[in-house]
Ligand binder design. Structure first.
Ligand code: HPA
Ligand code: ZN
Length: 325
C-alpha cells in the first residue's frame, strides 16, 4: 500500500467543509445557464482565472458570487451529492457540513427549500455511499446580526434537522461575542456550537469564541499558536481545531505549508484534524489536504492520528463513533 493510497483509505470525518465551497466552476457555469443567472465570465477558462486569492476577502467575493447560481432544491441536492461522491473515494465516513443561509435568503431563496435540498442529498449519500452527515447552520458574521436572527427564527420549528451552529466569513472586525444571543438560542434548541476564529483574526478571537459562544470546536484556530495560555486551555478542555492546510496556503494565511504551526500545537496536546474548507476553490478535497501535509514531512502515524482525531472530534453518538474507530 503506498502512502497516497493509505491516506485515501484512512477512515476519517470531515468537520470543516462549506458545502457551497464544493461548487466546482463547471457546475457553477452549468447552474448559471440552467437558472438564467448571468456571470461576468465568458468561459470556463475565464472563470478559472479568478481563482487567485490574496486573502480571505478575495476568495469570499468569488465564493458569494458563484453561490448566486444556486436556485432550486435540486441544485442543492446535486451540490451535496457531488461532494459526497468525491469524498466517498477518500475515506470519509462522516461529514458535518456548513451552509450559509443568510446569503441564500439575500439571493431571494427560502431557507427551508435550501435545507430540504441539502438534506435530500445527505440522505441519498447515506444510501449510496454509507456516509453519515449533519448540517451546521453557519452565521455569516459580516452581514447584519438581525439577518442571522431571522434565519434562526425561520428554522426553529425544525431544530432536529440541524446539528449545530457555526460562524464564518470575514473575521477581522467581527468578533464572536457579537453573536452571543444567537448561540444561546441555538444551545436552547439542542444544537452544537462551533466557530471560525484565529484564521485571519487574532488568538483573542478564539478566547472570545470559547468564553462567549461556548464553542465546542474552533474552525481554523491556527493563530492560537501565538498564545501559550490559550494552547494549554485548548489542550486541557479538549477543544479540537479543524485545520485546513490548502485553504491557509491559498488564502495566504501562511506563506507556505512548512510554516503551518501544526506540529507545534500537537506537541502542546491540542487535538488537530484536517479538512478541506472549500475544496473547489483551494485546489483539493480532504485527501489532498492529508497528502499536502505528507509532502511537508508529516508521517503516516501523525496523519493517522489526525484522522482518528477527526472522528473523536465529531458530534456523532458514542456508539456511532466506536463503530468508526
Ligand atoms: N473562512 C471564513 N469564512 C468562510 C470560509 C473560510 O475559510 N469559507 C467559507 N466561508
Ligand atoms: Zn471555513
Amino acid at each position: 500500500l503506498n502512502m497516497h493510497t493509505a491516506l485515501e483509505t484512512l477512515p476519517k470525518s470531515e468537520l470543516h467543509l462549506h458545502i457551497e465551497g464544493s461548487l466546482e466552476p463547471e457546475l457553477a457555469l452549468e447552474l448559471a445557464d440552467r437558472n438564467g443567472v448571468s456571470l461576468p465570465y465568458d468561459s470556463l477558462a475565464d472563470l478559472r482565472e479568478q481563482y487567485q486569492f490574496t486573502n480571505l476577502q478575495s476568495f469570499l467575493d468569488l465564493y458569494y458570487e458563484l453561490m448566486g447560481t444556486l436556485k432550486t432544491a435540486d441544485d442543492f441536492r446535486d451540490l451535496a451529492l457531488a461532494y459526497f461522491k468525491k469524498v466517498s473515494a477518500q475515506g470519509v465516513k462522516h461529514a458535518e457540513i456548513f451552509f450559509d443561509p443568510q446569503v441564500h435568503v439575500s439571493n431571494g431563496l427560502d431557507v427551508n427549500m435550501v435545507m430540504d435540498g441539502l438534506l435530500e442529498g445527505m440522505h441519498e449519500a447515506k444510501a449510496r455511499y454509507g456516509i453519515t452527515s449533519g448540517l451546521i447552520l453557519s452565521i455569516v458574521r459580516d452581514m447584519p446580526v438581525d439577518t442571522a436572527q431571522s434565519v434562526l427564527d425561520s428554522v426553529k420549528n425544525r431544530a432536529d434537522d440541524i446539528l449545530g451552529i457555526g460562524l464564518d466569513s470575514a473575521e477581522v472586525g467581527y468578533p464572536p461575542h457579537l453573536f452571543t444571543k444567537q448561540f444561546e438560542e441555538a444551545t436552547a434548541l439542542g444544537w452544537h456550537r462551533v466557530a471560525h476564529a484565529g484564521e485571519e483574526g487574532p488568538a483573542s478571537y478564539v478566547i472570545d469564541a470559547l468564553d462567549n459562544l461556548h464553542a465546542e470546536r474552533i474552525d481554523h484556530g491556527i493563530h492560537s499558536v501565538t498564545d501559550a495560555t490559550l494552547l494549554e486551555r485548548l489542550a486541557s478542555e479538549r477543544i479540537p481545531l479543524t485545520t485546513c492546510p490548502l485553504s491557509n496556503r491559498r488564502l495566504q494565511v501562511v506563506g507556505s505549508l512548512e510554516n503551518l504551526p501544526l506540529h507545534n500545537m500537537m506537541e502542546q496536546g491540542v487535538l488537530i484534524n484536517v479538512n478541506s474548507d472549500d475544496p473547489a476553490y483551494f485546489g483539493g478535497y480532504i485527501a489532498d489536504n492529508y497528502q499536502a501535509l505528507e509532502g511537508v514531512g508529516f508521517t503516516l502515524s501523525e496523519l493517522s492520528n489526525m484522522a482518528e482525531n477527526s472522528i473523536t472530534a465529531s458530534f456523532i453518538s458514542d456508539v456511532e463513533r466506536d463503530a468508526l474507530l
